[in-house]
Ligand binder design. Structure first.
Ligand code: GUN
Length: 308
C-alpha cells in the first residue's frame, strides 16, 4: 500500500483513508479478476427498503464500488410499505442464489420491520456486513479466518495498523480505549484490538470520568455518534486516534443557494487532538472511505470461500 500518512502543521500524521481505500479497492479488483478467471464472479446484492436519502446515496456508492471491482452487482429497491414477510422472502431467495456471494440489507429499515430478524435471516456465509450473530460469535472467539468482520471496524484496524507501522510501534501491549459500545462498531472494534493483543477498554455514556480513561490510552477509537465529544486535551501525547464519527453540524455563513452552510465533523475535536496525537484520522476522508472498500473485500472473501 502506498504511504497513507501525511505530516500536518500541528506535527501529527494525518491518516489518509481515501488513499488507503483506493489501495484496498485495487487489491480487491485484482483478486476478483483472478477468481473470475477461475470461474467464479463475485456477486453482491444490496437491498434498499424505502426512500431515505442518505441510504440511497450509500447504496449507490456500494453498487458503483462493486462494479469498479468487476463484481456482479444487483440492487433490489423495495417500497417503504414492503411487508416484513416479503423482505424475508427476498433474503431467502438471495441466500439460495449461487450468483450472489454477499447480501447487504441497508439500515435503517422502516419501523414496522424487525431489523434483527432480517439480519439473522441472511446466511452467515453471505453476511458481508458481519452483523449476523454467527459472525459476531466467530469474531468473539478470535476466529477471524471463518468470520466475516463488520466493515467499519475492519477498515479502522487497517488504518491503525498502517499508522502504528509507520511510527515503528506494535499494537500488542498498547492500552486501547474504544469509546462507544454499538454492535456495529464499538464491540467488534474492541474484539479486533483484543485479537491484536492490545489491552482493551470499552467506554460508553455511563463511563465515569471518561476524560481520564481516554487520557491513559495509547490508541483511541471514537465511535459514539456525538459531534466532537472527545476533547483534544483528553488525548495522551503521542497517542494514535481513529475517529469513526461522521456528524453533520451547522457551519459558517450561507451557501450559494442562500441556505445555512453545514459541515462534517467527527466524534473527536480534531484541531485540539492533532496538537497532541502522533497520528489521527480526519473527518471526512478518514475511516469513512474504508467502510465501502471493506464491504468489497468481504464480498471477495465470501466468494473465495465458496471455492473452498
Ligand atoms: N447503514 C449505515 N451504515 C450501514 C452499514 O454499514 N451496513 C448496513 N447494512 N446499513 C448501514
Amino acid at each position: 500500500m502506498a504511504d497513507i500518512l501525511v505530516k500536518s502543521e500541528s506535527g501529527a500524521l494525518i491518516i489518509d483513508g481515501k488513499a488507503a481505500s483506493a489501495a484496498v479497492l485495487a487489491d480487491v479488483a485484482k483478486g476478483a479478476a483472478e477468481l473470475i478467471a477461475a470461474g467464479i464472479k463475485p456477486g453482491l446484492a444490496v437491498v434498499l427498503v424505502g426512500e431515505d436519502p442518505a441510504s440511497q446515496v450509500y447504496v449507490k456508492s456500494k453498487g458503483k464500488a462493486a462494479e469498479t471491482c468487476g463484481f456482479h452487482s444487483v440492487q433490489h429497491t423495495l417500497s417503504a410499505d414492503t411487508s416484513q414477510a416479503d423482505l424475508i422472502a427476498l433474503v431467502h431467495k438471495l441466500n439460495a442464489d449461487p450468483a450472489i456471494h454477499g447480501i447487504l440489507v441497508q439500515l435503517p429499515l422502516p419501523k414496522h420491520i424487525d431489523s434483527q430478524l432480517v439480519l439473522e435471516t441472511i446466511s452467515p456465509s453471505k453476511d458481508v456486513d458481519g452483523f449476523h450473530p454467527v459472525n459476531a460469535g466467530l469474531l468473539a472467539i478470535g476466529d477471524r479466518k471463518r468470520a466475516l468482520v463488520p466493515c467499519t471496524p475492519a477498515g479502522s484496524l487497517i488504518l491503525l495498523q498502517k499508522a502504528m507501522e509507520s511510527l515503528g510501534r506494535s499494537i500488542a501491549g498498547c492500552d486501547a480505549v474504544v469509546v462507544g459500545r454499538s454492535n456495529i462498531v464499538g464491540k467488534p472494534m474492541a474484539q479486533l484490538l483484543l485479537s491484536e493483543n492490545a489491552t482493551v477498554t470499552i467506554a460508553h455514556s455511563r463511563t465515569k470520568d471518561l476524560a481520564s480513561v481516554v487520557k491513559r490510552a495509547d490508541i483511541v477509537v471514537a465511535a459514539v455518534g456525538i459531534p466532537e465529544m472527545v476533547k483534544g486535551d483528553w488525548i495522551k501525547p503521542g497517542a494514535v486516534v481513529i475517529d469513526v464519527g461522521i456528524n453533520r453540524v451547522a457551519g459558517e455563513g450561507l451557501n450559494a443557494k442562500g441556505e445555512p452552510r453545514t459541515k462534517l465533523v467527527g466524534d473527536v475535536d480534531f484541531a485540539g487532538a492533532a496538537k497532541l496525537a502522533a497520528a489521527i484520522t480526519p473527518v471526512p476522508g478518514g475511516v469513512g472511505p474504508m467502510t465501502i472498500c471493506m464491504l468489497m473485500a468481504n464480498t471477495l472473501t465470501a466468494a473465495r470461500r465458496t471455492k473452498g
